[in-house]
Design a protein around this ligand. Structure first.
Ligand SMILES: Nc1ncnc2c1ncn2[C@@H]1O[C@H](COP(=O)(O)OP(=O)(O)O)[C@@H](O)[C@H]1O
Ligand SMILES: [Mg+2]
Length: 400
């Protein structure tokens, strides 16, 4: 059997660059080499795509801040850039090797050697903006190459906390009471904005930039005097701000989803944070947060959460995978959908992997499934007509 060449794309132009390296290291460690031939495509923090000399390892992922500069220093005689050809062709990904003068094989300054990468499928492990927000997915769509995970729409909606709430609510899924404020509106009339929020929502509130992750720019506001600072902070990160009522006291329950048109839910898990809420510190710097898998819930609650996770996935037209996060009122038992993550943390100790492992799907098998789902979705899409007129040749290329 021919091995599939899998382009694992990782890194990226976002504050979640390091998280991505750790996730990618786990993928490289677990892809079955009898079935797959992984190719490491790294996106630097400057946004440049290069073919990595070696894939990231768990150890190398740890000292990543220095990594881009080290890579640069090591390979500055010949850097193999990766370029996606943004139209369908047999070779949609190319490496361009720029060879410095004096380097073996170079006759002239700036010689370039162009090679096809021959990839069968792409596996984006890039979190945050420019990775899981539909932009990367759009590029891969133009190139017509199968890729793992959400398509353009699901990825974009999964990044936008305001739009995802609208889609959830339209399906009758419970979301917390909230308001969406444009940065412009806030800056134009601060006191009117604050008055309006105080009338419409109860404290404590959460103030969040609409499009971000890892709790960056998010504040919990207990009293009116904290609102202005929280809005100023969120406004630094996005033009759109979501202000919502806090569920308090609150349990945080998560559920994994795998599949395309017939998605399945994992057992739910719970995160117990040592801090006031699950903020950036709690996620990455403080190891006192504890996870319980399966979450301690009664069978009805578990059932509801799994059904809602699948419904949330379908509400955004998800594909491949997602992690769906819930807020559960500790006192009143009220359940709310908090958000869906189309590119969740993906190490073997990430919630997503641990919830699937507890559901009987080990990490390696999860990778197999995701790659199969990517190819299934791509094959399905090829059946879609791109022309309104009947094409007598059957090649589907006629537009008029
Ligand atoms: N309405 C809310 N009620 C209670 N806690 C919340 C609420 N919204 C957010 N949080 C807390 O803030 C954390 C981060 O918010 P979240 O919306 O999940 O953003 P991110 O995309 O950055 O993970 C959550 O994990 C939770 O601890
Ligand atoms: Mg979250």
């Amino acid at each position: 059997m021919k091995r599939l060449r899998v382009g694992v794309v990782y890194g990226g132009r976002s504050s979640e660059h390091e998280v991505s390296l750790a996730s990618a290291a786990a993928v490289f460690a677990h892809l079955d080499r009898e079935r797959y031939e992984p190719v490491a495509v790294k996106i630097g923090q400057d946004g440049r795509w290069t073919l990595a000399e070696r894939p990231p390892t768990i150890a190398s992922a740890a000292d990543t801040i220095l990594q881009p500069r080290l890579d640069q220093a090591r390979t500055n005689r010949s850097i193999r850039e990766v370029h996606v050809v943004a139209h369908p062709s047999d070779e949609t990904l190319l490496t361009i090797e720029r060879v410095e003068p004096g380097h073996a094989g170079a006759d002239h300054t700036g010689d370039a050697i162009v090679n096809g990468l021959g990839l069968d499928v792409m596996f984006p492990i890039v979190h945050g903006p420019y990775g899981e927000d539909g932009t990367l997915q759009g590029l891969l769509e133009l190139a017509n190459i199968p890729y793992v995970g959400a398509g353009v729409l699901a990825a974009a909606v999964g990044m936008d906390k305001a739009v995802m709430k609208e889609l959830f609510a339209a399906r009758g899924l419970p979301v917390v009471k909230h308001q969406v404020i444009l940065r412009q509106t806030w800056r134009a009339d601060r006191s009117a904005t604050i008055d309006r929020l105080e009338q419409q929502l109860r404290f404590p509130m959460f103030v969040k930039p609409a499009n971000l992750g890892s709790s960056v720019g998010i504040s919990r506001v207990a009293e009116p005097c904290g609102l202005a600072d929280a809005l100023d902070l969120a406004a630094q990160f996005d033009r759109k701000i979501v202000v919502e009522e806090a569920v308090t006291p609150c349990r945080e329950i998560e559920c994994g989803v795998l599949g395309n048109d017939a998605p399945e839910a994992s057992v739910p898990g719970e995160i117990v944070t040592s801090r006031e809420f699950y903020d950036y510190e709690a996620k990455y710097l403080d190891d006192r947060s504890v996870t319980t898998i399966p979450a301690s819930l009664d069978p009805d609650q578990t059932d509801t959460i799994r059904r809602m996770a699948v419904a949330a996935f379908q509400a955004i037209d998800g594909a491949g995978m997602a992690r769906v996060d819930f807020l559960l009122g500790r006192d009143d038992g009220r359940l709310f959908l908090n958000e869906i993550n189309t590119h969740p943390g993906f190490t073997t100790i990430s919630m997503f992997a641990k919830m699937w492992s507890a559901s009987g799907v080990a990490y390696g098998e999860m990778l197999d499934r995701l790659i199969a789902l990517a190819i299934e979705r791509h094959t399905d899409k090829q059946e879609t007509r791109t022309s309104v007129t009947r094409d007598p040749t059957g090649t589907g290329t006629s537009d008029r």
